[in-house]
Write a protein that binds this ligand. Structure first.
Ligand code: NAD
Length: 435
């Protein structure tokens, strides 16, 4: 059967032979939750059809010259899932595992996430199938500029605003902004967010997703009558989201008992020194080799005895296979889609309080919204203002989801979907159907 599948499809379906095929398809996983929430909302069948389909899907070839003089052609995607509430908003990832199904799922999640925190954006996502770790800086710049030129018709502060995601950063955003501005013949800072502060980026954007995770973890612990001070936290992924969530939680008194990245996982029952780990990673690129902690496997990290588990690396890491062994009281989903739909049911039966991805990691897009507002107004806020406004939105959104979960007796994820889908649907009803 694998022979009949193209590479990317095969990767989605057969990444782990023992896992049920559809469990790892991110778009199907998103749709399973969408269907559940839509049913509870009694969503009109016409609107159900509209919201189940992406508005626009772009597939392009991205040809570049390698440093050797050879031509390489990569595949690039941009999916605009829904723009009824405002310009499409969503990151761009450069990764070998990028597939159209994944980009579609991530674009849908962005739609629900923006609606959940009630900011005036729709949802999008983009990606290029490539391995940046094998590319020079010049090659990375050429891929970025050619990809930007390929999707330039959708881009714009009023139509589609990218941001960084896995393996892209503020350097890449600066190239996108420059390429777009050269085509427009004037500087357009608001076309991307997550830019360097010197060129219109927002203070606090780099830390925003991790900071948002910290705020909602604090609120979730309070809900269970626990405190962040003294809470034992395990964090999977030590990149932008994971390392900053760990840093900020440690500053609030949490004990970071484990962290991991793709090179392996580290464990200390008395707590890891997050600042020291960040220094180590800055020098050595990976956690591997860090001498002041025990090593464990990534699977052991996920099933560690702790109060809070923060999956902040990639999709489909909490599955029907390991969910029964998870011991954390709270899971705060820093990554997008870390839990499969099958695992959701197991976690619910075990009474684990899950702060779903579209809420837990919404701090990033919230401060991206602040950046877009600042660029358009040409007036920049101090970091304290950014962080305070972020906290207000995260705490309010957390409380909105808790209230809905309690009202409908559903878990936090389904409540989050219900709130978001209802907001997007309300906009469609008000705007009516242009046909
Ligand atoms: P990143 O590239 O900075 O970091 C990813 C980290 O995960 C790295 O430390 C990497 O080594 C680690 N990792 C990769 N494979 C792993 C594995 N098998 N086991 C353990 N660790 C592994 O990316 P990021 O920006 O921190 O994004 C992480 C997740 O958070 C993604 O799902 C992304 O979509 C989501 N997210 C990011 C933002 C943001 O603002 N950066 C916002 C919302 C959601």
């Amino acid at each position: 059967m694998t022979d009949t599948l193209r590479g990317s499809e095969a990767r989605i379906l057969f990444r782990d032979k023992d896992t049920f095929l559809a469990e790892e398809n991110p778009f199907e996983a998103m749709m399973e939750r969408f269907d559940h929430a839509a049913k509870l909302l009694n969503l009109d069948p016409g609107l159900y059809k509209v919201l189940r389909n992406p508005e626009k899907q772009i597939i392009i070839s991205v040809p570049i010259l390698r440093d050797t003089g050879e031509v390489e052609v990569y595949t690039g995607y941009r999916v605009l899932y829904n723009t009824s509430r405002g310009p499409a908003k969503g990151g761009i990832r450069f990764d070998l595992n990028v597939t159209l199904e994944e980009v579609k799922a991530l674009a849908a999640w962005m739609t629900w996430k923006c609606a959940l925190v009630n900011i005036p954006f729709g949802g999008a996502k983009g990606g290029v199938v490539c391995d940046p770790s094998t590319m020079s800086m010049g090659e990375l710049e050429r891929v970025t500029r050619r990809y930007t030129a390929g999707i330039i018709e959708t881009l714009g502060p009023d139509s589609d605003v990218p941001a960084p995601d896995v393996n892209t950063n503020e350097r890449v955003m600066a190239w996108i902004m420059d390429t777009y501005s050269m085509h427009k013949r004037h500087t357009v800072t608001a076309v991307v967010t997550g830019k360097p502060v010197e060129m219109g980026g927002s203070l606090g954007r780099r830390e925003a997703t991790g900071r948002g995770c910290m705020f909602v973890t604090r609120e979730a612990l309070a809900k269970l009558r626990l405190s962040l001070t003294g809470a034992r936290v395990a964090v999977q992924g030590f990149g932008n989201v994971g390392s900053i969530a760990a840093e900020l939680m440690a500053k609030e008194g949490a004990i970071i008992v484990a962290v991991s990245d793709k090179s392996g996982a580290l464990h200390s029952t008395t707590g890891l020194d997050v600042a020291d780990l960040q220094k180590w990673v800055a020098q050595h690129r990976h956690l591997a080799g860090y001498p002041k902690a025990d090593t464990i496997t990534n699977d052991e990290l996920l099933t560690l005895d702790c109060d809070v588990l923060v999956p902040a690396a990639l999709e489909n890491v909490i599955t029907r296979k390991n969910a029964p062994r998870i011991k954390a009281k709270i899971i705060c989903e820093g990554a997008n889609g870390p839990t499969t739909a099958a695992a959701d049911k197991i976690l619910e039966e075990k009474g684990i309080f899950v702060v779903p991805d579209i809420l837990a990691n919404a701090g990033g897009v919230t401060v991206s919204y602040f950046e877009w507002v600042q660029d358009r107004g040409g007036y920049f806020w101090d970091e304290e203002t950014v962080n305070r406004r972020l906290e207000t939105i995260m705490v309010r959104s957390f409380n909105d989801v808790v209230a809905l979960a309690e009202k409908h007796k559903v878990n936090m994820r389904i409540a989050a979907y219900m709130l978001s889908i209802d907001r997007v649907a309300a906009m469609h009803r008000l705007r009516g159907m242009y046909a």
